[in-house]
Design a binder for this molecule. Structure first.
Ligand code: FAD
Length: 462
């Protein structure tokens, strides 16, 4: 009865079409792209079109004691946007306006539902660049990117989402609107609340607006690809590039399983050769001449590390094709079965050990594990392939997922470089940050959301 009253209140505030309760429709909003994470059935899905609408939803839900799960596109890989039973899923995709592009001050102001690639395209027309580029950039939203502190292929040079954020507007648990940050290049007034909300995975408030820092559009990239007969050799090459002080705009690694999957899926040869165990793809966007000089040094370092083949090109379309292949890995793995992708970040000197560990786990659980990732920052995505119709394979995949996290931590790494904690890595967060870290997380959550309205049970329990 109380639930019906809440739904009526939401309909009155947002309009009838913005509140969905038909379970055939709401089921599409129950979960994200992570098959391991638990999810429940929402009471309703709401699609507000403005900040006032979000405030009305938050006030109504807080008063009724009904949890809210904020959601962008649902492309997440940690169950962070998964519904809990009886919640209201607050979807931001209808708040998708690019409100301002200020070319002189190199910033953009956007609503949270803007798709990453749409923003990149819009600022590019002004000769500007929004760096964060998750592989899902053609459908994930800026709100989701902010809330997971998303990374991508060019983090090695340009950092993750938080490095491109100047300020936010956030609807708090009491419905008030908090403005954080600034529009200036510098600014140190008060606590850095912007960074607190970035990566908070919808547990502290709903982001309704973001002021983002832009950069000048980089030069067309030049590309290098290097093939290695052992993953160790590829790891040594990555370490050497870092040690040399080079900062390519991209440095990605694909192991043999990823290469084979992509070649089968795209029906093309990547030119890696039959003995290839790992492929490194590097780019420099420093301008053709400087870029090719940078690549020449990387080429030498790869050769010294034992590369069987190194090839550098100024041809932008060749570079684009290689990156298309890299971005296609997850989809390509579907030629073998369903995939479950992990996300660990290790010191860059330990990448080869992580890959060797994944090979051990693969043999132990008898499942294919492809390792692909952002070698330049040590952020690897070992991806386990399994038969979704087999319970046994699913449980072996789950085991492998956890073992890879343990290996990552043992190598001095972290349990997530970019996908977040969500509902699958809660115990791993506790393990990584320890009891004091967890206590501080809980105190922040209680201070900002005393009624536990936002995304309860995600990241950690209260
Ligand atoms: C094929 C594939 C490739 C991927 N590649 C990458 C990659 O390279 N790098 C990377 O980082 N991720 C990657 N991801 C994961 C995912 O795309 C990112 O985590 C992305 O940032 C999620 O955006 P979204 O709009 O889909 O958010 P959702 O999945 O809908 O939500 C993610 C989190 O953000 C919260 N949230 C969303 N909007 C708001 C808001 N306005 N206010 C408060 N909280 C909010 C949700 O509650 C949830 O906790 C990939 C996913 C897929 C399927």
């Amino acid at each position: 009865m109380q639930c019906m009253a809440l739904v009526e209140e939401l309909r009155a505030a947002l309009g009838p079409n913005a509140v969905l309760t038909d379970t055939d429709v709401t089921s599409a909003y129950q979960r994200d792209m992570m098959p391991l994470a638990p999810y429940g059935s929402p009471l309703a899905v709401v699609l507000p079109t403005d900040t006032e609408g979000v405030q009305a939803v938050v006030r109504a839900c807080a008063a009724a004691g009904v949890p809210i799960v904020p959601r962008g596109a649902g492309s997440g890989l940690s169950g962070a946007a998964n519904a809990v039973d009886g919640c209201v899923v607050l979807v931001t995709t209808k708040m998708n306006a690019i409100l301002e592009i200020d070319a002189d001050n190199r910033l953009a102001v956007v609503e949270p539902g803007v798709v990453n690639l749409d923003l990149r395209g819009a600022v590019e027309k002004n000769g500007l660049f929004y760096p964060p580029d998750p592989s899902s950039y053609d459908w994930c939203t800026i709100g989701g990117n902010l809330s997971t502190n998303a990374g991508g292929l060019c983090c090695v040079k340009y950092g993750v989402t938080t490095d491109s954020v100047l300020g936010l507007e956030v609807v708090l648990a009491d419905g008030e609107l908090l403005k954080t940050g600034r529009r200036t290049v510098k600014g140190v007034a008060g606590y850095d609340l912007t960074k607190l909300f970035v990566g908070s995975e919808g547990t502290l408030g709903v982001i309704t607006k973001a002021t983002l820092a832009l950069r000048p559009l980089p030069q067309a990239p030049v590309t290098l690809v290097a093939a290695f007969n052992t993953t160790e050799a590829a790891g040594i090459a990555v370490s050497a590039v870092v040690r040399e002080g080079l900062v390519p705009s991209l440095m990605e690694i694909m192991d043999r399983t990823s290469i084979e999957a992509v070649e089968t899926y795209l029906k093309t040869e990547l030119g890696a050769g039959p003995g290839c165990a790992a492929l490194l793809i590097c780019q420099s966007d420093a301008g053709a001449e400087t870029g090719m000089r940078e690549l020449a040094v990387i080429e030498q370092l790869c050769t010294d590390a034992g590369a069987e083949l190194v090839y550098a090109t100024e041809d932008v379309s060749e570079g684009r094709d290689l990156l298309t292949a890299r971005r296609a890995v997850l989809t390509a793995l579907e030629v073998y079965g369903a995939w479950l992708t992990d996300d660990v970040c290790v010191p860059r000197t330990r990448i080869a050990e992580l890959i060797a560990g994944c090979e051990r786990v693969s043999a132990e659980v008898d499942l294919r594990i492809a390792v692909v990732g952002h070698a330049g920052d040590g952020n690897m995505h070992p991806t386990i392939v399994y038969d979704p119709t087999s319970e046994d394979e699913f449980s072996r995949a789950r085991k492998a997922f956890d073992e890879i996290l343990a290996i990552g931590l043992a190598l001095g790494g972290t349990v997530t470089g970019e996908h977040g904690i969500g509902k699958i890595k809660r115990e791993w967060l506790a393990r990584e940050i320890g009891p004091v870290g967890l206590r501080v997380h809980r105190e922040i959550k209680r201070a900002l959301d005393p009624g536990n309205v936002f995304n309860p049970g995600s990241m950690f329990s209260l």
